[in-house]
Design a protein. Sequence first.
Length: 564
Amino acid sequence: MSNTIEKDEVKNSLNFLEQIIEDDIKSGKISKHIQTRFPPEPNGYLHIGHAKSICLNFGLAKKYNGKCNLRFDDTNPVTEDVEYVDSIKEDVRWLGFDWGNNEFYASDYFDKIYEFAVKLIKDGKAYVCDMTAEEVSNTRGTPTIPGQFSPFRNRTIDENLNLFERMKNGEFPDGAKTLRAKVDMASPNMQLRDPVMYRIKHAHHHKTGNKWCIYPMYDFAHGQSDSIEGITHSICTLEFEVHRPLYDWYIKQLDIFPSHQYEFARLNMTYTVMSKRKLLELVKGNHVNGWDDPRMPTISGMRRRGYTAEAIRNFADRIGIAKRENVIDIALLEFFVREHLNKITPRMMTVINPVKVVITNYPENQTEYLDGKNNPDDESMGTRKVPFSRELYIEADDFMEIPEKKFFRLAPGNEVRLRYAYFIKCNEIVKDENGTIKEIRCTYDPESKGGKSPDGRKVQGTLHWVSAPHAITAEARLYDRLFMSENPEDAEEGKSFVDNMNPNSLEIRNCYVEPELANLKVGEKVQFERVGYFNVDKDSTDKTLVFNRTVTLKDNWAKISGKK
């Protein structure tokens, strides 16, 4: 009985795709191993939604001892670029996946796909059509009203073969002719109403050069490429569900390896847009600073911001795979980022909004080096030497001249602990002619070294600080949500998603950091104590370190935005 229960529990814990695969293995439908593929279009940078698909396809292949191909769906040379190909490969590798020698392109199969098209023409299943794109659209009908036959639908096989070859030879201009499949103009599925298989595009292709001037449509290239590669489980997002009957129709008519398509719900996330077209609009319109802007949901943007591959993989695993669309709160992704960074990052001190503190009873020109723990939760990270002197910087928010109730930080007559250092007490405030606090004069207790009470007295506030003579000036880029609305695309009438952009999504501040941070390299991560998680940006120079805020220490967005 117990074994049966355990097996049922395992079965119930599988997502629906894993259940399909296990059933296929059990039934013998799969004789060798499963074969999946990740088929990006090289017309933009990958985003967090693609990361979910990458983790799914490579993860399934790994779990069931199969293989996952990386196949670029490069069927539209007008929008594609080698830059995108390179960025996609970098992103997949960074996420922790390796396709080995299984790197393919739809363009690898252009000759074979052309042969498939010729076969369908010879079988009377395809024809060359002279209608314009607008005319095709106007005669397609509606889901309840049948479409109208093209006047060119009954061309002879020989005529179609001749015209299709002439299309390939470049005898016609763009848009003059298409090759259409002869399926069913009365089908309630609009995808089956004589879909276009090939269109004319006189454009240079990043791999095939000028060899071709006709290019297969996605629906014709996709299934056939899957079949050529022996893909057993072709996994797509739900918007391709209506395309599946056409996918199956082509494979059946061509009598080729029976790849099959399965659909899962795409990732939708609050405060985020996932459309490549909209992301391109943000880049082209200079609303952001490129595809890898740390505010972008692109994998390259998240990597630059300081997100870790492990955090993204954990997030993808946590949200799981479903058949129904849903929206994931971006705070969940940030939770996994914090959780991982908390384990791996050293703690350092920096002051972003500084005010000077002068310890009047500390010897002038003296420097003391104190031991600071790099990560209190992980002793293996060791300690570092932190310089301490008479003049320090603390956060301006950590001082209040007239303290509010339950304000336990520095105030006149109040005593606080400096991290790793001493107790200090505020005795005097120095202001400039405008009434702005210029410096805070304090005394310290020499017996409280290490922040320990010499006589058992309690101090509630602990502040981070940086020694003024030793401080390094750096730039802190404080990133926040790119959009103000949970659903950026839900814009008011007459407005676009761009109007929902958060004007405060980036704040650039000069800050003071402890000298140990000068040793960090581009991409290295750190927790600024009591401030947030940061990483070193690629814009850093020998003269100026630039830090990106990855996430705050806690999710303060709900309180700031009024979200409950």
